[in-house]
Design a protein around this ligand. Structure first.
Ligand code: F6P
Length: 469
């Protein structure tokens, strides 16, 4: 088995204050700990603006994993992370052209940091290693590594949606970004819809085509393109949820509900998650279904995220105001309809809270996958499961056909679905839950990781022309 080198923007290094775990880090941690290898990326620390460029990554070895960490300067973070990655690629790939901001300076920062990563990483990669790069921050990395002479098998996985061509072509350097993708041997997307968008883009822009099955030619190079939905550690998460019934925080939450049904939402504070629309839907539900007033509590756990990006700071204010207004209008002396919590809750307690909830609200306006949806399902009591209300615009909706599928832009429709979820009889809940649990048990994170690595380890032998970039 070849050694695995994983590269991602954030690395959940084992150190105090290490970079916080987003969906990607959570998904990969278990697989990395089991298989071992190198995990390379940003340390989560910031070097001063004028600090000299590092010549080596800092290494921390824990069990089978070597964490290779790079400090980025304030300027690099501003241009590469907050700038091009999160003010251009993120909003655009989530269909929010209105929130994009493209500048040559941030674009330059994006390529600069990818070059820095390539310079440091190539010193660590051995000829038989396989390299697996994750997410939109690092698309150009393989092309930089190849330009430096690396011939390793390299794969790329996009955790966020791949938008339709009319949206992607808003990006002034879309052809360069796709040329960057062509330097990989395997490209993984979350859903068949993302692959379809990629294929349509290639055809319309005359930059490539599907050869057959998973094999594509992109910018003249043969690559494997697959839809592989990312999963969770389903059985382990289910066990954690069961054990967490006794967790002190979960007990406190349960006691505070005094018999009311719990509705839960858990999201990073991000405009793609549809939190404001969800609060509006909850308000509409309270207005339309007055018999539920005082009989349910909506807990929205929303750790702050990317607050240095202006659009995030603005939505932070908007959501807090909205939650406050709805509470002001609908609360009673002994009842607060929305509990809005702006901090991260540990995974054990979170699993217990999901298990306590009668309804899970996962209603993003657009999402690559959404692992909260899968964690909510994994956490349920098989004999008395809660109901998942899931946006049709989350990648997870392609898999979780037992959810109540909603359109988050339809506020009153979502309000109706909340009522339906709260009132759903046990046999229907159990039937829907069983279907979803089976799916996420058979397609867990180990399945995802093994399937991707299998494709990456076995060169396709189809005789398709492979031309250097
Ligand atoms: O899933 C998309 C993603 O950008 C991941 O790459 C990341 O781990 C997560 O969201 C959290 O984002 P950030 O690292 O910007 O806090």
């Amino acid at each position: 088995m070849s050694r695995l080198v994983v590269v991602s923007n954030r690395v959940p290094a084992p150190k105090p204050g290490g970079a916080s775990a987003g969906g990607l880090a959570v998904a990969l941690s278990g697989a990395m700990e089991a298989r071992g290898g190198v995990w390379f990326g940003w340390s989560g620390d910031t070097a001063p603006h004028d600090a000299p460029e590092p010549e080596e990554a800092r290494l921390i070895v824990k069990d089978k994993v070597t964490y290779a960490l790079v400090d980025l300067t304030e300027r690099d973070l501003e241009d590469y992370y907050s700038g091009f990655s999160n003010r251009m690629l993120w909003p655009l790939f989530h269909y929010r052209m209105d929130l994009t901001g493209f500048t040559r300076v941030t674009l330059g920062g994006y390529y600069r940091v990818n070059k820095l990563f390539s310079k440091l990483l190539r010193k660590m990669v051995e000829p038989d290693d396989i390299v697996w790069v994750h997410d939109y921050h690092l698309v150009p990395l393989a092309a930089d590594l190849r330009a430096a002479g690396l011939k390793n098998r390299m794969g790329f996985y996009l955790h966020i949606p791949f938008p339709p061509p009319d949206i992607l072509t808003v990006l002034p350097n879309h052809a360069d970004i796709v040329r960057g993708l062509a330097a990989y041997d395997v490209i993984g997307f979350q859903t068949p819809y993302d692959v379809e968008n990629f294929e349509t883009y290639l055809r319309r822009e005359k930059l490539g085509r599907r050869l057959s099955g998973h094999r594509f030619v992109v910018h003249g190079r043969a690559v494997t393109v697959m839809a592989l939905p990312v999963g969770i550690e389903t059985e382990a998460f289910a066990k954690t949820a069961q054990a967490s019934e006794k967790n002190a925080l979960v007990r406190r939450a349960e006691e505070s509900l005094v018999g009311r049904s719990l509705i839960i939402g858990v999201d990073r504070l991000d405009y793609s998650k549809g939190i404001a629309e969800r609060i509006q839907a909850f308000e509409s539900f309270l207005t339309l279904d007055t018999e539920w007033r005082n009989r349910c509590t909506y807990l929205q756990i929303t750790p702050k995220s990317r607050s240095d990006v202006a659009e995030y700071a603005q939505m932070e204010r908007e959501v807090a105001e909205l939650a406050g207004r709805v509470n002001g209008a609908h609360a009673d002396l002994d009842w607060t309809p929305i509990r809005y919590v702006n901090r991260a809750i540990g995974r054990n307690a979170l699993a217990g809270l999901y298990r306590l909830a009668r309804v899970g609200l996962v209603t993003p306006l657009r999402d690559g996958m959404n692992l909260v949806a899968k964690e909510f399902v994994a956490s349920q009591k098989p004999k008395d499961p809660g109901v998942l209300l899931l946006s049709r615009f989350a990648g997870a909706a392609h898999e979780l056909d037992g959810a109540l599928i909603t359109n988050p832009y339809d506020i009153d429709g979502t309000a109706g679905a909340i009522a339906r979820a709260l009132e759903m009889p046990l046999d229907e809940r159990a039937d829907r839950w069983t279907r979803m649990y089976e799916r996420i048990r058979n397609h867990d994170v180990a399945w995802w990781c093994d399937s991707f690595l299998k494709a990456l380890e076995q060169p396709a032998n189809d005789g398709a022309e492979v031309r250097p970039i």
